[in-house]
Design a protein around this ligand. Structure first.
Ligand code: ATP
Ligand code: MG
Length: 360
């Protein structure tokens, strides 16, 4: 099975990126043929300062390695090192309906906020489809916010195959039945870890680099404490039962079937509780849950508990990150090797794609 996914180098990586995506990347590298990239073209929609773009790309690579990705087990590469992705981006753009792009959440939200979106943001789902289809991925481990993009990738792969592969039947996309040709572009599926599919940020919206509501994985200690201490809570007094995510929180955290909450929507009314649930080992969380419901402690104590859990979980990765920072040559070597392996795969697919569409 081929697994592929990526994280944008649009800012510092945070615990939402880890629990929603990277933790699954690490698990899959032992059992699957895994490709993980740093989406540094995508990040240019946010980052317009070249030095910072380079720095954030490097930091994202170090984060992958520090969190346990092993270049001997998985292919780690920068999106921009495989130029074929831009070619496939164009060829998919030829079959991607504008109507799909117009209903993409990321685009719709910008418009709703009254901002005038650039073409890069509008076309973002096409490049993302190219990222996935270029490597014939079977499954893409991601957070819930990416489901729509992966559905688009499937739709456009079907459209492409129907257009360009004689004998292709969407009901038999791998051509397993007699008489049908297999598609050139493989249909990917999203792989979502339901318990951590949307990690809330400190303000209760989805934790996102672009919202400034993150708990960063590799930030400095002072800032980390500040962020955790400023997780939004209500004014329930110490020793009073505290609100828990329940029926009424569901209104905002779960959208009707087939839709997703807008990007800026509240996903948790009680982010401290939800973050403890994500970060603590199950048995520890059961104790915290019981004490929380009984109103055992003030919010400050639960925040300290979260900080401890953060250090217990990420202490060793933070140590590795510091070591990697001291050896930029090694990092470059790993990315160079990953790019070669990724390029090989990409050029094999692109040969078929070019032949199919009539590009010499
Ligand atoms: P940006 O704000 O620039 O979009 P981001 O924080 O949303 O950044 P991405 O690079 O877009 O991060 O996403 C990388 C991966 O992390 C994706 O698979 C995405 O679904 C996942 N992810 C991001 N934020 C969360 C979150 N809060 N909870 C769970 N998964 C998340
Ligand atoms: Mg995002």
């Amino acid at each position: 099975m081929r697994i592929l996914s990526g994280v944008q180098s649009s800012g510092k990586l945070h615990i939402g990126n880890y629990y929603g995506a990277i933790r699954q990347f690490v698990q899959f590298q032992d059992t699957a043929d895994a490709y993980y990239f740093i989406a540094n073209y995508h990040s240019l929609n946010e980052v317009r300062e070249p030095k910072r773009a380079l720095e954030l790309t490097r930091e994202a690579a170090m984060a992958y390695l520090a969190l346990g990705l092993d270049p001997k087990k998985a292919v780690l590469f920068r999106q921009s090192d495989v130029k074929e992705v831009l070619e496939l981006n164009w060829l998919l753009g030829v079959v991607a309906p504008v109507a799909h792009l117009e209903r993409a959440h990321s685009y719709k939200d910008k418009v709703a906020q009254g901002k005038s979106p650039d073409f890069g943001l509008f076309a973002y789902p096409v490049l993302m489809a190219a990222d996935i289809l270029l490597y014939s991925a079977d499954a893409v481990p991601v957070g819930k916010d990416q489901i729509q993009h992966i559905e688009f990738a499937r739709d456009w792969a079907v459209k492409f195959n129907m257009q360009y592969v004689p004998g292709y039947d969407p009901a038999d996309p791998d051509g397993k039945e007699k008489g049908h040709a297999p598609g050139i572009l493989k249909l990917p599926s999203a792989y979502i870890q339901s318990s951590t599919q949307t990690v809330p940020g400190i303000d209760g919206r989805k934790m996102s680099k672009s919202y400034g509501n993150t708990i960063d994985l590799f930030g400095d200690e002072k800032e980390l404490k500040k962020r955790i201490m400023s997780i939004k809570t209500d004014s329930t007094p110490v020793e009073a039962p505290k609100p828990v995510p329940g029926a009424e929180a569901k209104e905002t955290s779960e959208a009707p079937e087939g839709t997703q909450p807008g990007e800026g929507a509240l996903v948790s009314k009680v982010p401290l509780y939800d973050l403890l649930k994500v970060m603590l080992p199950e048995a520890d969380f059961r104790d915290v849950d019981a004490s929380w419901r009984a109103g055992g402690k003030g919010y400050g104590d639960y925040k300290k508990r979260l900080l401890e859990a953060f250090h217990a979980t990420f202490g060793p990765a933070r140590q590795r990150y510091a070591e990697l920072s001291a050896d930029p040559g090694e990092l470059e070597r790993i990315l160079h090797d990953g790019a070669n392996r990724a390029r090989e795969e990409a050029s094999r697919l692109m040969e078929k794609v070019r032949r199919a569409v009539g590009i010499p």
